[in-house]
Ligand binder design. Sequence first.
Ligand SMILES: Nc1nc2c(ncn2[C@@H]2O[C@H](COP(=O)(O)OP(=O)(O)O)[C@@H](O)[C@H]2O)c(=O)[nH]1
Ligand SMILES: [Mg+2]
Length: 205
Amino acid sequence: MGGRGVDGTPIFDELRGLFDESHGRVDAPSRSGSGPRTEAENADRPPAKIVVTGGRGVGKTTFVTSVSDTDPVTVKAATDVGRVTLHRDLLLYLLGTAEPSQAAFAGALGAVVLVDPRRVEDAFAMITYFERSDVPFIVAVNMFDGELRHELDEYREALALHPDVPLTTCDARNPESAARTLQELVSYTMNIGGSDHSPPPEVPV
Ligand SMILES: Nc1nc2c(ncn2[C@@H]2O[C@H](COP(=O)(O)OP(=O)(O)O)[C@@H](O)[C@H]2O)c(=O)[nH]1
Ligand SMILES: [Mg+2]
C-alpha cells in the first residue's frame, strides 16, 4: 500500500522551500547565483537521499510509506526505498533500513533514527553508529500510543544523546508528521555550519 504523500500540504511546501533555499548546501553540487532555482537548474540536480533507520519494528516502513508519493520498493535486507517528489525534477529518496552500511549512507544528506518509546534500548547501537560517522542525524521518538509517556528530556537522558543532536517526536503513520521530521533533519543539516558535515564553500565569482 502506498502512502498518500504530502504534496500540497504546508509542511511539504516548507520542506521543498528548504531545498530551494539551500543553494547547494544540502544537496551536491554547489551552485552559483541566488534565489529560487529555475526548472532548468532543478533538472541538473542529483536526487537527494535521506536514511530512515532504527531497530526492527520501530516504524521505518510505516514512515517511508506514509510520506512517499509512490509505493515504496522493498529491496534486499528489508530495505524500503520511497520517494518524495519535491519538484518535477528534484526527487528525495528515502531509504528505510535497519542495517547501517557504508552503501546505505553514501551520499545521504542525513538520517532519521526512529525510537520506539517502549524499547529505547533498541536504538543504542544505531545512535552509537551515527555518533562515530560523518552523517548528520536526528532522533525521532515514534509515538505508538499517540502520546509520550515521559518528557522528551527523559528520552534524551535514556538514550545518552548529545545535547546538540535534535530529538523530536513523530507519528510514522501520519504523512505530515513524517514530513515534519524530514524538515527538521534538513533544517538541522543546513544549520551545522563550519563542521565536517559542510560541503566545500562555493567558489566566489
Ligand atoms: N500504533 C502505531 N503503530 C505503528 C506506528 N508505526 C508503526 N506501527 C506499527 O508497528 C509495526 C512495525 O512497523 P514497521 O513500519 O513495519 O517497522 P519497521 O520494522 O521499522 O519497518 C507495524 O505493525 C506498524 O503498523 C505508529 O506510529 N503507531
Ligand atoms: Mg520494515
